[in-house]
Design a protein around this ligand. Sequence first.
Ligand code: MRU
Length: 348
Amino acid sequence: MPLPTIEWEGNIEGRVRLIDQTKLPTELKYIYCEDVKSMWHAIKTLMVRGAPAIGIAAVTGVVLGIKDIHADNSEVFLKELKNVTHYLGSSRPTAVNLFWGLSRMERVARENLNRPVREIKELLLKEAINVQNEDKSICRQIGENGAKFIKDGDGVLTHCNAGGLATADYGTALAVMFKAYEHGKKFKVYADETRPLLQGARLTTWELMHAGIDVTLICDNMAAHVMKLGKIQCVIVGADRIAANGDTANKIGTYGVSILAKEHGIPFYVAAPVSTFDLNIASGDAIPIEERSSEEVTCGFGKRTAPEGIKVFNPAFDVTPAKNIKAIITEKGVIEKPSRESVQKILG
Ligand code: MRU
């Protein structure tokens, strides 16, 4: 059974339990968020990370935030709720699931303004738990829809971590691998290490090894060579935000992998829930790209690897153009040759 990444515990006065992903793979440690500030901090510092998991962190973070709202007028409550959502929305800019989760919670409050605040709070808790449970079935459906793309004997390359840890418990890109494995397929996975924070080395390998799937770790700069050696038959990655035309933001380095795949004639797939699409954005050019601290590059994991004072550019994501993507695998179906039209056809 996959481990739950993030879960609400208790009633409206409860707390959120999450796996501290910064401690993996050496330590499986749970932390508890009791208030909205600790959830903001957990998102910002990547204790919880991966687009769908950030969406769940957002909705449960809202429930933590409303503990401190004492208004008994629902209009005043809504105003204060918006302060909470605004605050949580400032934690990370790229994964649209964060904003999707926050607006889903605002909508519940707005649509129930005729009820007492106590009831609105209960409805918000119910909604947060729904989001968490829905994610579990959505990810399994993504896995089912994509499993056919992995053939017996294939080598599959993935970048970053789009596994159970990045969702409620089952993953998106890794869901495709988990389902293919459950269907009895025999294949190998190559996991890019994923500089600078090593989500591939620390998290993807950990998850796949636990599932019993054959996984080999490579440094990011080895992908071209491994492809040239004929070891890779498909690439499957997750997504943080997909524009209306299918351009896809994912962990920095994904764009490069897509170019390498194209050069070697290897199909490149993205696996993501519908909540990762941002149809308000026409193309990838408008996707906000998070820039993170220089220390992640110069002294990640406690050891300085570059001179003091060196200038650093540290974008956390890049955008893969739709033309490099063979298909986007969603819970609603597979979007072949992503474009504005094919995205609309599946998403409706
Ligand atoms: O910075 P992170 O670790 O949150 O980045 C995560 C990714 O880029 C994942 O590939 C993406 O969120 C897909 S998660 C199913």
